[in-house]
Design a binder for this molecule. Structure first.
Ligand SMILES: *Cc1c(COP(=O)(O)O)cnc(C)c1O
Length: 428
């Protein structure tokens, strides 16, 4: 599909074409595990990566491929790999780059689950992460060493109203010769296009806004196709001969699609973090209305955040869309369509008032999710961040008096009325 089309057109059409067998207009759910080879020579060519085609659905599936192409197109990437969850996508993103003893530099402002994955779980692979405040570019540069293989941040960080200066961070990554990976889950390609700002890879939890209605978990890695993997000897998986494919060199053979092909041929083949075709179908349905939903999410978030900030029962609101935010100007410059619909606010009355608030809301759902059509809330200190000390909770943006909201696309007046009645009970 030509890139001359606008975003609203691409979110419906990219990656999809009438089914060649039946003419079906919507992308069919290809509910199959395997694909019949034309003959033995065809099978051999597929297994040697001499011909592109379907072999087995752990590697590729036509429904999942349509979704991958659609997300790659919306992000302006060369290729994409869909995975079983956002967390799977993060491991898949790092896999071709890393090896025992290698590290990544990660922003201190990340989704809580990502902090755990990077600070604990990846150590089992011999990988490690150094966490740095990405507003301090000198500290970021100083943290990069000879074993650093990637820099990782979120575009609009979940949930503290922090927006990353991606062009500035990309310049540091570029100078060091390492790829920048941006988690674009909270912003979506409608609000932010990290590749245009210099990112090499973009990761998504498609569980959130891309699907948009809280139905399926999924993830995606998008490759810009722009990184020169052969410029140094840092990325042997992509530049050096691959023993499992008779010494094939991915970068030399596949050029800008090297990373994508490696992630399918080695990553999905051996890690198996595959998205299923049903899940891909739900996400394809969701993406068709992404821009419409994001516009409403942002408009509602602005209204609700402004109302909360003016309310005497509320201590503070951290939303980059508010003029009071220290990130307001950066957000306006880099994310002119809006700073997302996810923010935190502090309630007067502390921990107990927050628990009462969450229990008193009627329209909001108390869940550990975000990016749903419905408005969602969570009191992190009594749920996801319960095991942490008060100091750790504070540092994670999950202070006892804070709640996180994901503003939905209902009538803004109804969202505000629900908060109003619940705040009255919480602070009575
Ligand atoms: C939810 C989320 C993830 C993890 O995605 P899952 O689909 O839950 O595995 C990663 N990053 C961000 C910003 C998220 O919101």
């Amino acid at each position: 599909m030509t890139k001359a089309y606008g975003f609203d057109t691409l979110q419906i059409h990219a990656g999809a074409r009438p089914d060649p067998a039946t003419g079906a207009r919507q992308v069919p759910i290809y509910q199959t595990t395997a694909y019949v080879f034309r003959d033995a020579d065809h099978a051999a060519a597929l297994f040697n990566l001499q011909e592109v085609g379907y072999i087995y659905s752990r590697l590729t599936n036509p429904t999942v491929a349509a979704l991958a192409e659609r997300i790659a197109t919306l992000e302006g990437g060369a290729g994409a790999i869909c995975c079983s969850s956002g967390h799977a996508a993060q491991i898949m993103a790092l896999f071709p780059l890393m090896g025992p003893g290698r590290n990544i530099i990660a922003s201190t402002r990340l989704y809580g689950g990502t902090v755990t994955q990077f600070s604990q779980t990846i150590k089992r692979f011999g990988w490690s992460a150094k966490f740095v405040d990405f507003d301090d570019l000198a500290a970021l540069e100083a943290a990069i060493d000879g074993d650093t293989r990637a820099i990782f941040c979120e575009s609009v960080a979940n949930p503290g109203g922090y927006v990353t200066d991606i062009p500035a961070v990309a310049a540091v990554a570029d100078k060091a010769g390492v790829p920048l990976i941006v988690d674009n889950t909270s912003a979506t390609p409608y609000l932010c296009r990290p590749i245009e700002m210099g990112a090499t890879l973009v990761v998504h939890s498609t569980t959130k806004y891309l699907t948009g209605n809280g139905t399926v978990t999924g993830g995606c890695v998008v490759d810009s196709g722009k990184f020169n993997w052969s410029a140094s000897d840092k990325f042997p998986s992509l530049s050096a001969p691959e023993p499992a494919y008779h010494g094939l060199k991915f970068h030399e053979t596949f050029g800008p699609l090297a990373y994508t092909f490696h992630s399918i041929a080695i990553g999905l083949r051996d890690l198996g973090m595959t998205m299923n075709p049903q899940g891909a179908h739900y996400t394809l349905m969701g993406i068709e209305t992404l821009s419409l939903r994001m516009e409403r999410h942002v408009a509602n978030a602005k209204k609700v955040a402004a109302w909360l900030e003016a309310d005497p029962r509320v201590e503070s609101v951290t939303y980059a869309g508010l003029p009071s935010s220290p990130y307001h100007d950066r957000a306006a410059r880099l994310y002119p369509k809006g700073a997302g619909a996810l923010f935190t606010f502090a309630v007067k009355g502390g921990f107990d008032a927050c628990v009462k608030l969450v229990d008193s809301l009627e329209l909001f759902s108390h869940v550990a999710n975000l990016g749903d059509t419905r408005s969602l809330i969570i009191h992190s200190a009594s749920t996801t961040h319960r095991q942490l000390s008060p100091e750790q909770q504070q540092a994670a943006g999950a202070a006892p008096n804070m709640v996180r909201v994901s503003i939905g696309i209902e009538d803004a007046d109804d969202i505000i009325a629900d908060l109003d009645q619940a705040l009255a009970k919480a602070t009575a």
